[in-house]
Design a protein around this ligand. Structure first.
Ligand code: SAM
Ligand code: DTB
Ligand code: SF4
Length: 335
């Protein structure tokens, strides 16, 4: 019997999972994974930075914050045809989801937002899951994006509410939750997760996972990033996370949120193939494909194709409901 979906996990419940011997935890996570997903299918998604750098926020991990000297220059919003050409390329390489990122604190109404709306329409018409990550959104902006065919919106809670202020000072944890609620109310699927390796503790992991799993229904998509320390950011000297800790977080996320797509996101370049394999065993079923994330490097198609071949993984095919313009997204309802 598949695990019933639950949004009221207590911190004790979660600790009882997170603290299991790792082999036991991975086995349990893989069991839950098999009850809810095809264990040999992993979704390939492609990221494109449509507006790079110059961000007014102070997220201490981020190379795009204007206040840090990271070598990332501020660029203008990309033209629509450039973006659509990249989306076609991504689709041809096997990606079924295309995520456009802008280094904005929040979306402002006006010509730039209209340009993004046109990008969303264009990518949606290619039959891909179209996702955006543009910073904070107001309810009416979420509704406009939904009308244009947006399938998913990425907006990470990043870490526990308690640790949030150590990492970001220019906005509050509750601002993130407000935007996520606006996204869901507009009928857009929710993509939210965070970063492991910011200097947070076990308690922060438990609280972070509890907050994610307390959305009812659960976020349809949960990206788990390993910090990529970038020179010039306050976290440039942060030690690279032990991949086994990442496996522990992913396995716990899989057990708490059995039906969500768990995305092994930033940080794969600093992980061995074997460590990534453990993440897939622990229930990760999506990666970002291509040699670039937003501004930092990523393994690239040929390396990933080779890994998929060795592990016997197949790229996930397009979901029938990917074009939200033609059909409602399948929001996973709680039992
Ligand atoms: N400005 C928008 C926002 O903050 O939501 C969208 C872009 S932002 C770069 C998207 C996410 O990328 C962040 O929430 C964070 O989780 C992740 N990220 C940024 N820099 C990272 C890094 N150096 N290592 C790992 N993840 C990172
Ligand atoms: C997410 O959680 N990770 C992706 C996506 N959502 C937008 C972004 C990772 C960015 C890593 C740093 C960079 O390349 O600039
Ligand atoms: Fe700006 Fe997003 Fe980077 Fe924060 S994570 S500095 S909001 S681009």
């Amino acid at each position: 019997m598949p695990n019933p979906l639950k949004s009221d996990w207590t911190l004790d419940d979660i600790a009882g999972i997170y603290d299991l011997p790792l082999l036991e935890l991975v086995f349990k996570a893989q069991t839950v994974h098999r009850e809810n997903h095809d264990p040999l299918r992993v979704q390939k998604c492609t990221l494109l930075s449509i507006k790079t750098g110059g961000c007014p926020e102070d997220c201490s991990y981020c190379p795009q914050a204007a206040r840090y000297s990271t070598g990332v220059e501020s660029e203008k919003l990309l033209p629509v045809p450039t973006v659509l050409a990249k989306a076609r390329e991504a689709k041809a390489a096997g990606s079924t989801r295309f995520c456009m990122g802008a280094a904005w604190r929040n979306v402002k109404d006006g010509p730039q937002f209209e340009q993004v709306i046109d990008m969303v329409k264009g990518v949606n018409s290619l039959g891909m899951e179209v996702c955006c990550t543009l910073g904070m959104l107001k309810p009416e902006q979420a509704e406009r994006l939904k009308e244009a065919g947006l399938y998913a919106y990425n907006h990470n809670i990043d870490t526990s509410e308690e640790y949030y202020g150590e990492v970001i000072g220019t906005r509050q944890f509750t601002d993130r939750i407000d935007t996520l609620n606006n996204v869901r109310r507009a009928g857009i699927t929710m993509c939210t997760g965070g970063i492991i390796g910011l200097g947070e503790t076990r308690e922060d992991h438990l609280a972070f996972l509890q907050r994610l799993a307390s959305f009812d229904p659960h976020p349809e998509s949960v990206p788990i990033n390993a910090l990529v320390p970038v020179a010039g950011t306050p976290l440039e000297n942060q030690e690279i996370i032990d991949p086994l800790l990442l496996v522990r977080v992913i396995a716990t996320a899989r057990i708490l949120m059995p039906r969500s797509v768990v995305r092994l996101s930033a940080g794969r370049l600093q992980m061995s193939r074997e460590a990534q394999m453990l993440c897939f065993l622990a229930g990760a079923n999506s990666i970002f494909a291509g040699d670039k994330l937003l501004t930092t490097a990523n393994p690239g198609e040929s390396k990933d194709d080779e890994m998929f071949r060795l592990l016997g993984i197949q790229a996930m095919e397009n979901r029938a409901d990917a074009c939200s313009g033609s059909k409602e997204p399948a929001l996973s309802g709680n039992v």
